[in-house]
Write a protein that binds this ligand. Structure first.
Ligand SMILES: Cc1ncc(COP(=O)(O)O)c(C=O)c1O
Length: 401
């Protein structure tokens, strides 16, 4: 079992004593990440990819080193496979527009799943409307796992599959390597939304066999305003730029533009350089802990959370019962109590959990619930935090039910 008991001290925002159980929304930041950005602004700051003078070259080198760190962290073949975006949402929209517009035609089918976050659903709906595409949704089972038979059946004839690696509500970890194989057998490409997986699991894009993989810096202990799109070099060739402008070009005349190779081709305008440096520092922090241990820690917390919350009368836990099948989050309902009232009551006792529909309205409809409460864990979360959650939940139940 990973001993992460003392990590809390690495996170300045936790010094006030809050029990922060909303890491799936965004993680708190380690001091090493904040210091890396601070140092970059104080000592290295200059334009990226534009100036030839010494400080501009040094800043550009650091930005490209951050790309290298990201590439190594997710097991990419080379750094040029990594495009920096604003977040996961932007990366998915980029693929929808850059690849979808060019390669899909009226009547083509896209396969999503019932557990997708709006960020991996709305971009495809927009594209479907624009291009006249068919949208299919693979079902979930009674335990909140993907129905593989339904997935397989619906992948027949699909041109693209877009699926989350881990659900932000059910916690379910999807078998991406298997889904990639099924998608490819059906002749479809597959995009994987790794927003909840990269902070929690060892991820190797090469081993997973996906065609695109996206994630957000701010959910991985990094800063806001930076995300990642990964794909293979060959697939970038099938994508047209969505945003043009400075940084994306090789040659421009008044008549036309010859675009640069990726990644710059897809990074229009001045990039979020300090954020890239911060993200690299955050991923180095995670690598220092070891992603296998981070994964163990999440299971170590999920097991008592599932057991303790599940034992409270009136509580219904969402998602698979076995911690091995899920990332470190537990969403639940308390009979007769709106999730917002529950979260407000817990907040009163210094415990921060998420309430609402967590950007998954269709999933909540499928589950037949209005909303849910969600406790989610980070590397700084301890077994004491789970005990505290249990304790304040019991107290809240006394007053709210
Ligand atoms: C599964 C999943 N996908 C995508 C996103 C969107 O991430 P971002 O808001 O950083 O783009 C989230 C955020 O909660 C998520 O949980």
């Amino acid at each position: 079992m990973a001993d992460f008991a003392n990590l809390r001290a690495d996170f300045p925002a936790l010094a006030g004593g809050i029990t922060y159980l909303d890491s799936a929304a965004t993680t708190q930041k380690p001091a090493v990440m904040i210091e890396a950005m601070d140092r970059f602004y104080r000592e290295r700051y200059a334009p990226i990819g534009r100036g030839l003078y010494t400080s501009a070259a040094a800043a550009t080198k650091e930005y490209e080193a951050a790309r290298q760190t990201v590439a190594s962290f997710i097991g990419a073949v080379e750094p040029s496979e990594v495009v920096f975006t604003g977040n996961s949402t932007e990366a998915i929209n980029l693929v929808a527009l850059a690849w979808g517009r060019k390669n899909l035609k009226r009547g083509d089918a896209l396969l999503l799943t019932e557990m997708e976050h709006h960020s991996n659903l709305v971009p495809w709906q927009l594209l479907a409307k624009e291009q006249g595409l068919e949208l299919r949704y693979a079902k979930i089972t009674a335990t909140g796992q993907l129905d593989l038979a339904d997935f397989k059946e619906k992948s027949a004839g699909a041109k693209l599959v877009a699926v989350t690696h881990a659900s932000n509500v059910l916690g379910t970890i999807n078998p991406i390597a298997e889904l990639a194989e099924l998608a490819h057998e059906a002749g479809a490409k597959i995009l994987v939304d790794g927003a909840q997986a990269v902070p929690q699991l060892p991820v190797s894009v090469r081993e997973l066999g996906a065609d695109w993989y996206v994630f957000s810096g701010h959910k991985c202990y990094g800063p806001t305003g930076i995300g990642v799109l990964w794909t293979r070099r060959a697939l970038y060739e099938e994508m047209d730029p969505v945003f043009g402008g400075g940084g994306t070009v090789k040659e421009v005349t008044f008549a036309e533009t010859d675009f640069a190779d990726p990644p710059p081709k897809f990074e229009a305008g001045s990039p979020a350089s300090a954020e890239a440096v911060g993200l690299a520092a955050a991923l180095e922090y995670l690598s220092g802990l070891g992603m296998e241990r981070v994964r163990e820690h999440a299971m170590f917390l999920a097991a008592p959370a599932l057991e303790k919350l599940g034992s409270v009368e009136g509580v219904k836990v969402l998602g698979p019962p076995d911690p091995k099948d899920r990332v470190g989050l537990v969403a639940f309902t308390l009979e007769g109590v709106p999730s917002g009232d529950l979260a407000a009551s817990l907040d009163h006792d210094g415990v921060a959990i998420r309430s609402g529909r967590h950007c998954t309205y269709p999933l909540h409809k499928t589950l037949g619930i209005e909303s849910s409460a969600r406790a989610s864990f980070g590397v700084y979360t301890t077994a004491d935090d789970i005990d505290r959650l249990h304790e304040v939940l019991l107290a809240a139940k006394q007053t709210l039910v």
